[in-house]
Design a protein around this ligand. Structure first.
Ligand code: NAI
Length: 351
């Protein structure tokens, strides 16, 4: 069988560090396993440039959200032998799920593999914004010591209202990590949690329109679907409290690019952070690189070395099951048997 793996080029860092399993060079550690069993492994580090050619006779395609090779309807139509598409990580929005379902192709992701990594990154970015860490750090590099300037936008997190949009695996872990900070946490999810879960997490349910104007910080943790694409548009961004902060480690397209720049330039929002962009990699002139008061990183929150190990092991497990004729772990399945089966993606699909 032919396995096509689209991963980022690891360069000098990957050459030195075999733990960077998610790079093209280390190919999720799959090379000995697949080639040893007589399969063909094609690794494409040039993102999508080679995908059109390689997908035509591929049985399995493996991609990653950090360096997404877009598996579009057109590409799926040309991939006559394709049976399985795997996401090394969480979030399969770079795959046309409707087209995969229509063709009976299975799609799976490594559910839970990097949820702690993203939750930790989120807490770091909330604090970075609320304490206004980066300008104070820049003063150190610039040889300056202007306390008034550094303190002028720096707040305690304690006593603030934080809103979580999407209370799944990551959103719930963010809630748990916020508990010691003494904040009030509201959440919105299209599926409300049980009373017991709300009690344990210390969070209160609110519909999105009620949550948005109350929060000093909002953090987004729902998947990118047709329903959440552009969810934070101009109207919603300007309905946020003046001086609030927005963090988005979910997907770049959930926030409307130009509307966010305007909300920051007009000083309506105090700051924005996250690690997800559209498209990825973000071009050098992407407006979010230069907008005021942001604390963005490149898409890296879910790919710590520990996370890379976990999602590589998950991919290996999927392939062993697939090759052995056994079903893929139920919790990993996004599309199966011609249907979207993951409850996280259960939007009005294909209507
Ligand atoms: P999850 O499936 O456990 O949780 C997602 C939650 O969002 C679910 O509770 C679901 O009910 C809710 N949801 C779905 N559609 C919604 C809608 N229209 N409105 C409100 N809530 C909605 O997924 P998990 O593991 O928490 O990941 C969430 C997202 O985070 C992923 O889909 C992915 O896009 C992103 N992610 C980003 C990473 C990074 O490195 N930055 C790494 C891992 C995930």
């Amino acid at each position: 069988m032919k396995f096509v793996v689209a991963l980022y080029p690891g360069g000098a860092a990957a050459a030195k560090n075999p733990e960077i399993l998610g790079s093209a060079e280390h190919a999720l550690g799959l090379r000995p396993f697949l080639e040893g069993a007589g399969h063909e492994l094609v690794v494409i580090p040039d993102k999508e440039a080679s995908l059109d050619r390689e997908i035509v006779d591929a049985d399995v395609v493996i991609t990653t959200p950090f360096w997404p090779a877009y598996v579009t309807k057109e590409r799926i139509a040309r991939a006559k032998k394709l049976k399985l598409i795997l996401t090394a990580g969480v979030g399969s929005d770079h795959i046309d799920l409707a087209a995969a379902a229509a063709r009976g192709i299975t799609v799976a992701e490594i559910t839970g593999s990097n949820v702690v990594s993203v939750a930790e990154h989120t807490i770091m970015q909330i604090l970075t914004l609320v304490r206004d860490y980066l300008p104070a750090y820049r003063q150190v590099l610039e040889g300056r010591w202007d306390i008034a300037e550094a303190a002028s936008r720096s707040h305690d997190l304690e006593g603030k209202v934080v809103g979580i949009v999407g209370a799944g695996r990551i959103g719930q872990r963010v809630a748990l990590r916020l508990r010691p900070f003494g904040v009030k946490v509201l959440y919105y999810d299209f599926r409300r949690l049980s009373t017991v879960e709300e009690e344990v997490l210390g969070i209160q349910y609110a519909l999105l329109d009620a949550l948005v104007p109350q929060c000093d910080v909002i953090t987004i943790h729902c998947p990118l679907t047709p329903e959440t694409d552009g969810l934070f548009d101009r109207a919603r961004l300007f309905r946020m409290k003046k001086g609030a902060h927005l963090v988005n480690t979910a997907r770049g397209k959930i926030v409307v690019t130009d509307a966010l720049v305007e909300a920051l330039e007009k000083d309506h929002l105090a700051g924005y952070a996250g690690d997800v962009w559209y498209p990825q990699p973000a071009p050098p002139d992407h407006p979010w690189r230069k907008m005021p008061r942001h604390a963005m990183t490149i898409h890296v929150s879910g790919t710590t070395l520990e996370a890379q190990k976990r999602y590589s092991e998950g991919i290996r497990d999927c392939l062993e099951r697939f090759l052995g004729g056994r079903g893929i772990e139920r919790d990993y399945l996004v599309v199966d048997g011609g249907k979207v089966v993951s409850p996280s993606y259960s939007y009005a699909f294909g209507k």
